[in-house]
Write a protein that binds this ligand. Structure first.
Ligand code: HEM
Ligand code: HEM
Length: 196
């Protein structure tokens, strides 16, 4: 706990000071961050590679990991709904809470929309979409080069939007932790890190 000069803030924050997010949500949250870093990293590395065989391996990995993100998002939303309502992790103004919740909603939406657009873009370009070589998914749309180009643009724009929202969201979390010195980030950290 951090010392606060404002005693009402201490009293108010006391109720949320020890709040922790449920362990499955914490695991899914950080697993998703790692997967996004891999998926985006692979897409960018692939841009700089000429070799066709390597490009094919990388895009298949990109697709499989991208679909894994959507799968985790399904599980995560299930857990999130089952655990609702989550207790507040720190006192916050209604405006700050609205901003946080809107960002979270946008992030959840993109965790579905981006993989779906990626799948549609692959189908439109006549490319099969596999999941780690285990299954091949049916095409989402008919082959159509122009449609493929449009989906590719949406996919890229969506990826930038996701990165921008993640940046905003992570900055807000760090602001809570280092400037406001409240419990928001701690509540989302794995137990071994939160204890430090
Ligand atoms: C959250 C998950 C995903 C993220 C963040 C993501 C992000 C990206 C990024 C940043 C690029 C490079 C943008 C460009 O230069 O075109 C890209 C390209 C691509 N992604 Fe994804 N992607 C995701 C999921 C998927 C999935 C699930 C699939 C397919 C099933 C997919 C298929 C593709 C394809 C085919 C390209 C190449 C597009 C082109 O040739 O222009 N992506 N993705
Ligand atoms: C360094 C990166 C990140 C940090 C520091 C961070 C931090 C946090 C923290 C502290 C919370 C809890 C907020 C609260 O209790 O109200 C949270 C929630 C959340 N984060 Fe992140 N996050 C990061 C990356 C991501 C990424 C990559 C995504 C997904 C694209 C994401 C999606 C979410 C969502 C949807 C919630 C809301 C959970 C819920 O209540 O349903 N975060 N994050």
């Amino acid at each position: 706990m951090h010392a606060r000069s404002d005693s009402s803030a201490v009293a108010h924050s006391f109720s949320s000071a020890g709040v922790r997010r449920p362990a499955p949500l914490i695991f899914l949250h950080w697993a998703t961050l790692i997967l996004i870093a891999l998926v985006v990293g692979i897409a960018f590395v692939r841009e700089g590679i000429e070799e066709k065989a390597v490009r094919a391996v990388l895009i298949n990995l990109h697709r499989s990991l991208g679909l894994a993100i959507a799968l985790l998002a399904v599980v995560r939303i299930g857990v999130r709904l089952a655990k609702r309502p989550l207790p507040s992790s720190a006192p916050m103004s209604p405006l700050a809470r609205l901003a946080a919740e809107t960002t979270h909603l946008g992030l959840y939406a993109l965790l579905f929309a981006l993989p779906l657009i990626g799948w549609a873009l692959s189908s439109a370009n006549g490319k099969p979409v596999g999941f780690f070589g285990l299954v091949t998914l049916p095409p989402l749309v008919e082959e159509d080069e122009d449609l493929g180009d449009s989906f590719a643009e949406y996919h890229e724009a969506g990826a930038w939007l996701l990165l921008a929202l993640v940046g905003l969201h992570a900055a807000a979390a760090l602001f809570h932790h280092f400037v406001k010195r409240d419990n928001v980030l701690r509540a989302m950290l794995p137990a071994w890190l939160a204890r430090r």
